[in-house]
Write a protein that binds this ligand. Structure first.
Ligand code: F6P
Length: 315
């Protein structure tokens, strides 16, 4: 049998389900896949043998279309990382035993850097142990957009759009009083500043702090911010918006010290997981579903230990 298993991993995004929709559509139309299963909660679900029959669950174009537009991970996700097979092969042997039992030939793992590490480890383990009928491919996903090998990670654009719209509304709210104010908003992105940069530029923030440009000297950074605030204040600017990537962080302490130094009311807020919500943008749905479909094509062509990517306008 040529069964396919797909699983979702890491922090969810608005577009991770669109990737699954692309996988299922392409697998059904390919004529090269018998059954399509989804593992519940990523690689933990594979090890627990918790599978859904996606061929039955998604048995109409309408259900596939609904999945395309639904944020968060419909199959559930996990943060579990496979260890080094040189130290312990238990997980790898169990996964292959389960693959045999369900006659799984193709495995697609949708996630960020840690998930692609799982793709690499599992496919290498198969190769080094003479397993030639299991093919493993990764499909990129993360709002951080920090995945090596692709210029665009599905999920990033939707998060940036959601935040840019939120900041435009926040900006209006902050202009209602005559008194000047400073607002610091901390956004996700782990150690990357893509989200902060894109939504900051899109919403006209006065200052955008990203880890790629932070040398660790916090007093220097805060002095530069204070100068920027006092300069804009002198020009009569009533509100000052600072987007702070979580990789720089310390927003609450920064707000306190800035208020003390400038005498301007400074408020900080750290946005939570809503940043990964909202409807996926059209571009994210297209990228995600197409990458899911390409992952199926790669597997059916016999490729393994590969990640679908988008670079310089080419997949
Ligand atoms: O990696 C995506 C991400 O949203 C990061 O931007 C964020 O720091 C992290 O996940 C949050 O992880 P969790 O969902 O486990 O709280």
């Amino acid at each position: 049998m040529r069964n396919l298993l797909v699983a979702q991993s890491g922090g969810p995004t608005a577009a991770i389900n669109a990737t699954v929709a692309g996988v299922v559509s392409c697998a059904v139309l390919s004529g090269k896949v018998d059954h399509i299963y989804g593992a519940v909660n990523g690689i933990e679900g594979v090890l627990a043998e918790k599978f859904l029959d996606l061929g039955k669950k998604l048995d109409s174009a309408e259900k596939i279309s609904l999945l395309m537009q639904t944020p968060a991970a419909a199959l559930g996700s996990c943060r579990y990382k496979l260890g080094d097979p040189k130290e312990n092969t238990e997980d790898f042997e169990e996964i292959l035993r389960i693959f045999r039992r369900h006659e799984i030939r193709y495995f697609i793992y949708i996630g960020g850097n840690d998930s692609m590490d799982t793709v690499n480890k599992l496919s290498k383990y198969c190769k080094e142990n003479g397993v030639e009928d299991v093919f493993v491919v990764g499909a990129p996903k993360t709002i951080d957009n920090d995945l090596v090998g692709t210029d665009h990670c599905p999920g990033f654009g939707s998060a940036a759009k959601y935040l840019a719209a939120t900041f435009a509304e926040l900006e209006r709210d902050c202009h209602v009083y005559e008194k000047k104010a400073v607002t610091i908003v901390e956004v996700m992105g782990r150690n990357a500043g893509y989200i902060a940069l894109w939504c900051g530029i899109a919403s006209g923030a006065e200052d955008i702090l990203i880890p790629e440009r932070f040398d660790g000297n916090r007093p220097k950074l805060e002095n530069e911010l204070i100068e920027s605030i006092l300069e804009k204040k002198a020009l009569g600017k009533k509100h000052h918006l600072i987007i702070n990537a979580e990789g720089v962080g310390h927003s609450y302490g920064m707000a306190k010290r800035i208020e003390q130094a400038t005498g301007v009311e400074t408020r900080a807020s750290i946005l939570g997981h809503m940043q990964r919500g909202g409807n996926p943008t059209a571009k994210d749905r297209v990228y995600a579903s197409y990458m899911g479909a390409l992952a199926v094509d790669l597997l059916c062509s016999g490729a393994t230990n590969r990640v679908v990517g988008y670079r310089n306008g080419q997949y």
